[in-house]
Design a binder for this molecule. Structure first.
Ligand code: ADP
Ligand code: MG
Ligand code: MG
Length: 253
């Protein structure tokens, strides 16, 4: 079954056209990877899917679960099961991390017609989920991302993922700046969530994560368009030869 369909998507940021006609389809259970040189528009594409205010859609369509995604606001997209891990998560001093996560989960549950989790049920679930992967729960006692190191922000997103159980997981360079063990934890969490229905769209520059999470499709974004699509072998070829050798012009050079 199809989960997401993007058709001829054009997006401006600050009146500059960044995405120039993107077509992309993601079916249930598939893992897709977006690659591309710096500034190609990878983050813009995933930010548009999660309704980031910087991204102004000027043309095209996004259909998610057979509904018009562009008609939905940020909260509705989250409630419909879209989860986005940002390249630079925002710090929110004054908002307790545990409170934030519990609220997010209960909003999603209410949307689905489920009963709210009380504090005890929430804690029990957090313990269950995090202990499977040895993830430190102390982060939950702090304020949301406030003073978190890069690694702590990523670990916190893994907790959010495990708790929210989204249908479409979007990861923007979740592996950047992580050590090998942390990358393994990311891969273990993601792989545990792949149940044949849930789908992943992830941006990465590095091969290590892709060795651990085998993608079904690899797309190379260039100058606001998908220039090439292949399977895992395309990522391997890219890693070996670089962009220029596979016919992708690096706009930064
Ligand atoms: P990638 O993630 O592939 O490195 P981005 O999607 O972040 O690329 O950026 C695509 C282009 O949009 C770049 O040229 C970048 O400078 C520009 N851009 C992104 N965000 C902004 C912004 N807030 N203001 C101005 N330009 C932006
Ligand atoms: Mg970048
Ligand atoms: Mg980016």
């Amino acid at each position: 079954n199809r989960l997401l369909k993007i058709e001829n998507l054009k997006v401006n940021i600050k009146d500059k056209e960044i995405l120039k006609g993107i077509d992309l389809e993601i079916n249930e259970g598939e893992v897709h990877v977006l690659m591309g040189t710096n500034g190609a528009g990878k983050s813009t594409l995933v930010k548009t899917i999660s309704a980031h205010y910087d991204c102004i859609v000027t043309e095209g369509k996004i259909t998610y679960k057979n509904k018009d995604l562009l008609e939905m606001d940020v909260a509705q997209r989250a409630n419909e099961g879209i989860f986005m891990s940002f390249q630079t998560p925002v710090e929110v001093p004054g908002v307790n991390n545990s409170y934030f996560l519990k609220t997010a989960i209960n909003e999603k549950r209410a949307y689905e017609g489920l009963k709210e989790l009380d504090a005890m049920e929430f804690l029990k679930l957090v313990k269950e989920e995090t202990s499977k992967f040895n993830i430190d729960r102390k982060l939950l006692q702090r304020d949301l991302n406030d003073g978190f190191s890069g690694g702590e922000k990523k670990r916190n997103e893994l907790i959010q993922l495990l708790m929210l159980k989204p249908d479409l997981i979007i990861l923007d360079e979740i592996d950047s700046g992580l050590d090998v063990d942390a990358i393994k934890t990311v891969a273990n969490v993601i792989n545990s969530m792949l149940d044949g229905k849930r789908s992943i769209l992830m941006i990465t520059h590095y091969d290590r994560l892709l060795e651990l999470i085998k993608p079904d499709f690899v797309h190379i974004l260039n100058d606001g368009k998908i220039a090439k699509t292949g399977d895992y072998n395309l990522a391997l070829e890219l890693d070996e030869k670089g962009y220029e050798a596979i016919g992708i012009k690096d706009e930064n050079k």
